[in-house]
Design a binder for this molecule. Structure first.
Ligand SMILES: Cc1ncc(COP(=O)(O)O)c(C=O)c1O
Length: 448
């Protein structure tokens, strides 16, 4: 071509969660039944959407032609008002408790104007980083949900800067590491938190969140909190939202319908912005996100119409609690299975839809293998495992040997070798059997 039309950040765009599908589909075409443990879509994994939710959506479709119309750029006003009212109710309650204990009031208050709808959080994430000044960096967790790390790296045409989550300390963020990186990298203008976390399944404690807010305050940074799993919390964990602790720090919380309703195909997510009035630069940045959305016109209308009706339905809290009980049960099976395997570390997840296994330092080698029954599959996989990260090598052998498709941790912008599974298999015995098969494969692989 006359000009190089490729964007300088193009090399940073990777999404292992879907890339592994190509390899798995090839193996499937050779006659292997695949257990899809890679994608966090509860519906695709067989989760039944309750009839009452379907009825809400049906009634809107049948009675309201405006559900087929464009919505205002920021999103439907009545829906944003509903979200703001619920947020403020929660903040007022928290602030009253803090006041009575003579503690600082830190709960954020918002109005409908502080909310912006997107076509799913995938869209929101892409916009947040692509509209950021290219010289400013957002530091994020390692491991991290790769849509964030890739989009941030692509915006700066440079690898994502990360702080460590520590597997041997229940995946707690390494606050010292975070602080030092911020202190010595003046380009860092924001901190990303994913809570509850994908891929580790941890839920941040209030104390940790406060420490992160304090660091943001000290260095004059903004906070991005991806809280799409806010209502998927179990095992006794208590969810603290960014809005509970943010105080005067500029920040944003990303929320969505994909995981908890679940309705990922609705492509409906939103951002709540906090403290835009406290910093003119932050306010200008938020305006640029709204302006960019205006060029696109708006986000999906139907799910915005359904949102207040679903979330305020008296059946919704019980429905969430029931789902969380199921995830908790699967988290326990996960922990029981992998805590008995030598050479790996696992933490019992307490939120989101995932669990992560980390290989201990030095146990993975470049010549380890698993038996592959079919010669055709062996011939396909062997060239693919040359010169790839050691955890990806294990994942490819696991796929070729057992048909179980998981995602290597290196695909989550991580320097820890491991893999992520989901807690979404609806058939309990199949879930248990898949985990046992993976555990057995690890034992065999490490001995090979
Ligand atoms: C942490 C996190 N944020 C955002 C998303 C994307 O959500 P959406 O379906 O709204 O694009 C996912 C999807 O897996 C996720 O795990």
């Amino acid at each position: 071509m006359r000009n190089n039309i490729v964007y300088s950040g193009a090399g940073e765009l990777t999404y292992e969660i879907r890339e592994i599908v190509n390899v798995a589909q090839k193996i499937e075409s050779m006659g292997v039944k695949i257990a899809w443990e890679n994608i966090g879509d509860p519906v695709q994994k067989g989760h039944k959407v309750p009839l009452w939710i379907k009825q809400i959506v049906r009634d809107i479709v049948m009675s309201d032609d405006m559900a087929f119309a464009y919505s205002p750029t920021k999103g439907l006003l009545e829906t944003r008002e509903y979200i703001a009212k619920e947020r403020n109710k929660k903040s007022e309650k928290n602030n009253a408790i803090a006041k009575s204990a003579s503690k600082n009031v830190a709960g954020a208050k918002i109005s409908a104007n502080d909310i912006l709808f997107f076509n799913g959080l995938g869209d929101a994430i892409s916009r947040v980083y692509s509209n950021l000044n290219e010289h400013v960096r957002v530091i994020g967790p390692n491991p991290a949900y790769s849509t964030h790390s890739s989009a941030e790296a692509s915006h700066a045409s440079s690898p994502h800067i990360t702080y460590r989550l520590l597997p041997h300390r229940n995946w707690t963020p390494d606050i010292e590491d975070l602080r030092n990186k911020i202190k010595y990298s003046p380009a860092i203008g924001g901190i990303l938190i994913i809570n509850p976390d994908n891929p580790t399944g941890i839920v941040y404690s209030k104390e940790i969140l406060k420490q992160i807010v304090d660091i943001a305050c000290e260095f004059d940074l903004f906070i991005v909190a991806d809280e799409i799993y806010t209502n998927i919390v179990y095992g006794g964990a208590v969810m603290t939202e960014l809005s509970d602790v943010i105080g005067d720090v500029p920040g944003m919380s990303m929320k969505g319908l994909s995981k908890e309703v679940p309705w990922p195909g609705s492509r409906c997510g939103w951002i709540e912005f906090y403290n835009t009035d406290k910093d003119p630069i932050f306010a200008r940045y938020v305006k640029s996100l709204v302006d960019a959305k205006m060029l696109e016109v708006c986000s999906t209308t139907l799910p915005q119409k359904a949102l207040p009706k679903i979330l305020s339905d008296a059946r919704y809290p019980d429905y969430l609690a029931e789902n969380n009980k199921i995830y908790d049960r699967r988290a326990e099976v996960f922990y029981k299975t992998f805590s008995k395997v030598d050479g790996v570390t696992c933490v019992r997840p307490q939120g989101a839809l995932y669990a992560t296994v980390v290989f201990d330092e030095g146990v993975l080698k470049a010549d380890q293998t698993l038996p592959i029954e079919k010669a055709e599959i062996k011939k396909y996989i062997e060239p693919l495992v040359k010169n790839i990260s050691l955890d990806k090598r294990f994942v490819y052998y696991l796929l070729a040997s057992t048909g179980i498709c998981v995602v290597p941790l290196s695909g989550f912008n991580s320097d820890l070798p491991g893999f992520r599974i989901t807690l979404l298999e609806v058939d309990d015995s199949k879930f248990k059997k898949n985990l046992e098969t993976i555990a057995e494969a690890i034992r065999k692989y490490l001995k090979s």
